[in-house]
Design a protein around this ligand. Structure first.
Ligand code: ADP
Length: 165
């Protein structure tokens, strides 16, 4: 035990294309055991997204406006998650788990990240029941096909989509 009190800084990486109620649930729950949450928006070259990095950042900031959560920062990054997490001085990487497909992928990713950065732990949060079926891919399809995505995303995301050029 040392006297040094270290801030618990979490790094939550994702594409957030767009932010969904599932992401917001993970953010709210992670914020209960963190001092600071850094949300890392992956803007990797060559990855085609519906919303550009600035718009994804704005949608997250607007959505978090209404939530009572710990201190947070939004960053974009286009390199390795472990490098971005280290640059943010994070101690833990936060990831959400919806199902066994996520589990298999996330376990592999956590293993690789741990090998590259043993000082960083990955903490998994299981999705809350009603959010477990929400994925960015399906939300994008629903919005692009004119469906009602309001049960899956915060209202500001719908407005952003409607106002796009
Ligand atoms: P990525 O492309 O990195 O998977 P996403 O934006 O799709 O980016 O997801 C970011 C993180 O949020 C991942 O850990 C993912 O498992 C988690 N996540 C996404 N949707 C949900 C949800 N509905 N419930 C819980 N976690 C989720």
């Amino acid at each position: 035990m040392t006297d040094k009190i270290q801030k618990k800084i979490g790094f939550y990486p994702g594409s957030f294309d767009p932010i969904t109620l599932g992401h917001l649930d993970i953010i709210a729950r992670a914020s209960t055991f963190l001092d600071v949450l850094v949300i890392g928006i992956g803007v990797h070259h060559g990855k085609k997204t519906l919303f550009d990095g600035d718009t994804r950042t704005k949608m997250i900031r607007d959505a978090l406006d209404t939530l009572d959560i710990c201190d947070f920062e939004l960053i974009t990054y286009d390199g390795l998650t472990v490098d971005a997490a280290r640059a943010a001085n994070a101690n833990v990487i936060i990831r959400g788990l919806r199902n066994s497909t996520d589990f298999d992928y996330e376990m592999q990713m956590a293993g690789l990240n741990h090998t590259m950065s043993p000082e960083l732990e990955t903490v998994f949060l299981p999705s809350s029941g009603k959010y477990g079926s929400i994925s960015g891919t399906f939300v994008r399809q629903i919005m692009q096909m004119g469906g009602d995505a309001s049960p899956f995303v915060p209202p500001n995301v719908l407005t952003q989509f409607e106002n796009r050029k």
